[in-house]
Design a protein around this ligand. Structure first.
Ligand code: PEP
Ligand code: MG
Length: 875
């Protein structure tokens, strides 16, 4: 038979999974001799058995609980229900991973009609004793007996009204006694029996209630959001009560060993004389800074500071502690690793390495990669954000904070910015023509589109705040207004966007600029020493490339050449190219594009010099480039001299029902080789010129997209090789170059051994690979996927975190098959997953050479790659 109950003296911090975080730390503090009110922990395994046995606590476990209770009575020299010296306990949940406020707690258990009087005598405070009793009945009634809190409130508020009390504290002891009578009557009426007077009954019922609370709605939701397994169960901590409200030599407080906001190495916290924890939480009284405790209780303060130091050294991490002082004696009620801001996390990690407390590996392991974002983008002033009114929520498409006036077209946003305004561009969904407006705006808000929609991808590339797929918003571009339910906002109204949470607020919110301190650089350099994966960036202009380099990128893993045509002056030329009916017409348009492309590539090589740059041949889903409106088409007609009707006719012929699966990627180069020719020429000429000008070695990497078969890549490759070799000959250059492919069509993964005969490198395009493996449209399924997540059909959005079981299997298979054919094949990933920490861990395990992500995710990827390597080494 197992053991299901542990006294605090029997456990340790290493027994977290059995005792829960709180129980394990209470045991650890007891073990190392710190003052902890004595108690015991009913284990998470007991919780599991409770559920297995049909929500019952087994007799053997009950027996163990009573044994430990007897031990508790002996240690405290108090007794359950004793009239002289009654034992009162708190009953609290404590799961393996902290779930703050999600489950239930009961305080002052052991109070009944008799012990309340003893408590009054002991505390010399009748009012406090009766107030504790009425709170206990209410808490017990709510948590254990499941009587709605509102029914207790009716009685409480009724009494206040009856005696004309404005505040709770105006109620006298007699008022409280009357309330207790009312509460007990309510209990009897609601559950058909009296409020339990026997503390042992109270205890067993409370333990069961804590077990039940593991499965309350908010706990289930919290676990889902934080990826905590439903199977773990909660432990229950039963601990003797200490009182911080026994007069002016008592008090209570919460403190951190360092400042959780800044990381400064100084005790930080709050303290209240003559109070219980609840008073702090309820905001009835304002706590004082912990430093003032040194004046109120110099001896106790010294003791507390000493204990804080012991705990931090012992756990080798910043601690968050709760304590109570009862009549001049200090008791520790909790300690745990402190939650902290990114700034604080970095400073504490660096300082602790300097203090010899932790290794560089531990320092890197402790950084939450998702938090790094906070350091790279402006953020909202925390207080101002809290006070702001939420309008709606969308997808957190690109992190950061933006505040400004709303504009509904790119040109209106641009004009507003030119006249000195701060603009937020609001669109139903963005298209390439919106680029200039996106660049000008502080942030972008779209009603449609998912995490890999145009707006999201482009915004992330620019490091610009974006909230996408905000389905509650109805955009009326013509009327220059938007509605959210009954709210209507018009052009010029202020809104604020939090791109890290997806929240949209009404009005302006103050922002704070990021500062990349020296500590940040230090942690990053440690990560670089540890990681095995290289980190490249997805960038298609020199500015983004330079930004990524500043963030530590080691190359470009994906330069999307179609993005280079988003600029206004180029769109007509690329449209002309797409709408050309003959090769000759197409070549005319391509000739116009060549100088643009060449200068673009020169710009990229000038920034990247000898670092690897993978340039992908054109992959435009046609719908992103066709003229959208009659006005666009007329403009193009005027520009090219082709009659409007003819252009409109061609555009409608080119219309595809499923452009993502249409005439894009290498299919374009197969049917129109002259496009690949022009691009190869632009790449080679640019590389040859920059290499000569700068005296650096450049080895172009030319990537063919959307390949599904060996024959397909061979066809395009022949064009590329012929053109590249011609360029070399013309320039008298010996430049080497590599030709590779995206693996983004499932068939390519399945036949990767054959494709590797032609490809020198693979780059996994997991955006399309996910789209085609699931059959989920990248641009349309944002809302659907959210519903799937809510229903538990999907545990994650597969466009954000790689689906390891399915899509990941294809990646693994392609890695193996690719290496079989070409052992030194270079392998990387350039889908959005390249910047997602969990996907990066997968890439490390799968043996890729590099990940490539948008510039602002480069630091995140460096940390995540190092953490993956540490985890791997620990195995
Ligand atoms: C991909 O499909 O993962 C990819 C990187 O290409 P794109 O997003 O441009 O389709
Ligand atoms: Mg793709």
């Amino acid at each position: 038979m197992g053991k299901f109950v542990y006294s605090f003296s029997e456990g340790s911090k290493d027994m977290r999974s059995l005792l829960g975080g709180k129980g394990a730390n209470l045991a650890e503090m007891t073990r190392i001799g710190l003052p902890v009110p004595y108690g015991f922990t009913v284990t998470t395994e007991a919780c599991t058995r409770y559920y297995e046995e049909g929500r019952k606590i087994g007799d053997d476990i009950i027996e163990e609980i009573y044994e430990k209770l007897a031990e508790l009575e002996a240690v405290t020299e108090k007794k359950f229900g004793d009239k002289e010296n009654p034992l009162l306990v708190s009953v609290r949940s404590g799961s393996v991973f902290s779930m703050p406020g999600m489950m239930d707690t009961i305080l002052n258990l052991g109070l009944n009609d008799e012990t309340v009087e003893s408590l009054a005598k002991l505390t010399e405070n009748d009012r406090f004793a009766y107030d504790s009793y009425r709170r206990f009945i209410q808490m017990f009634g709510d948590v254990v007996l499941e009587i709605p809190k509102s029914e207790f409130d009716v009685i409480f508020d009724g009494q206040k009204e009856k005696v004309g009390a404005e505040y709770d504290v105006d109620l006298t002891t007699d008022d409280l006694k009357e309330i207790i009578v009312g509460y007990k009557a309510l209990v009897k009426k609601a559950v058909g029996r009296d409020f339990p007077q026997d503390p042992k009954d109270q205890l067993m019922e409370a333990i069961k209630a804590v077990f039940r609370s593991w499965n309350n709605d908010r706990a289930i939701l919290y676990r889902k959001l934080n990826r905590i397994s439903d199977k773990l169960g909660t432990a229950v901590n039963v601990q003797s009560m200490v009182f911080g409200n026994m007069g002016d030599t008592s008090g209570t407080g919460v403190a951190f060993t360092r400042d959780p906001a800044t990381g400064n190495n100084k005790l930080y916290g709050e303290f209240l004389v003559n109070a219980q924890g609840e008073d702090v939480v309820a905001g009835i009284r304002t706590p004082k800074p912990i430093a003032e405790m040194a004046e109120a209780f110099p001896e106790v303060y010294k003791d507390f500071a000493r204990i804080a130091e012991i705990l931090e050294k012992h756990y080798k991490d910043m601690q968050d502690m709760e304590f109570t002082v009862e009549r001049g004696k200090l008791f520790m009620l909790q300690t745990r690793a402190a939650k902290r801001t990114a700034v604080s996390a970095i400073k504490v990690a660096v300082d602790m390495v300097g203090e010899g407390l932790i290794t560089k590996e531990t320092a890197v392991e402790r950084i939450d990669p998702a938090q790094i974002d906070q350091l790279l983008h402006p953020t909202f002033d925390a207080k101002a954000e809290k006070a702001a009114e939420t309008l709606t929520k969308g997808l957190p498409a690109s992190p950061g904070a933006a505040t400004g006036k709303i504009y509904f077209t790119a040109s209106d946003a641009e004009a507003a910015v030119e006249s000195g305004e701060k603009a937020i561009l609001v669109r139903q969904e963005t298209s390439p023509e919106d680029l200039a407006g996106m660049v000008a705006a502080e942030g972008i808000l779209t009603a449609r589109g998912g995490m890999t929609s145009h707006a999201a991808v482009v915004a992330r590339g620019m490091g610009k705040c974006c909230v996408a797929g905000c389905s509650e918003i109805i955009v009326d571009e013509a009327a220059k207004s938007l509605t959210i339910g009954t709210d209507k906002l018009v052009e010029g109204d202020y809104i604020s966007l939090n791109g890290s949470t997806g929240t949209v607020y009404r009005g302006q919110i103050a922002t704070v600029q990021p500062e990349l301190s020296g500590d940040f650089g230090k942690v990053m350099s440690w990560a670089d020493e540890i990681r095995k994966l290289k980190v490249r960036t997805n960038a298609d202009n020199p500015k983004d490339a330079a930004q990524a380099l500043a963030f530590g990128a080691e190359g470009i893993g994906l330069c999307r050449t179609e993005h280079m045509f988003f600029e206004e002056e180029r769109i007509p030329a690329i449209r002309q190219m797409i709408l050309a009916e003959t090769e000759e017409e197409r070549r005319t348009a391509l000739a116009k594009l060549l100088p643009f492309q060449k200068s673009d590539f020169k710009g990229m090589y000038e920034v990247m010099e000898d670092k690897p740059v993978t340039i992908r041949l054109l992959d435009p889903p046609l719908h992103e480039f066709l003229p959208q409106t009659e006005e666009d088409t007329r403009e193009l007609a005027a520009h090219t001299g082709i009659p409007y009707e003819k252009l409109a006719q061609t555009a409608s012929e080119l219309h595809e029902f499923n452009p993502m699966l249409g005439h894009r990627g290498c299919r374009l180069a197969v049917t129109y080789p002259e496009i690949a020719e022009m691009q190869t020429r632009a790449i080679m000429e640019a590389a040859i010129e920059v290499a000569a000008e700068k005296g650096v070695d450049i080895v172009p990497e030319i990537m063919i997209p959307l390949v599904g078969s060996k024959a397909e890549i061979a066809d395009v490759k022949a064009t590329v090789v012929k053109t590249a070799d011609a360029c070399k000959e013309e320039a008298g250059s010996q430049m080497k170059y590599h030709i590779g492919t995206m693996i983004e069509v499932p068939r390519a993964a399945l036949t990767a051994d054959q494709i590797a005969e032609e490809a020198e490198f693979f780059s996994f395009g997991t955006n399309d690979l996910t789209q085609m493996t699931f059959g989920f449209s990248r641009d349309d399924t944002g809302k659907l996927i959210k519903e799937y997540e809510d229903k538990g059909i999907l545990s994650d959005d597969p466009f954000q975190t790689i689906d390891q079981e399915g899509v990941g299997l294809l990646v693994k298979m392609a890695v193996e098959k690719g290496r079989q054919t070409r052992p030194n094949i270079k392998l990387g990933i350039c889908g959005e997953h390249g910047g997602d920490p969990r996907s990066i861990e997968f890439c490390h395990r799968t043996g890729l050479d590099y990940v490539s992500c948008s510039p602002y995710r480069v630091p995140i990827a460096r940390i995540a790659a190092a953490q993956a390597a540490i985890k791997d080494a620990e195995k």
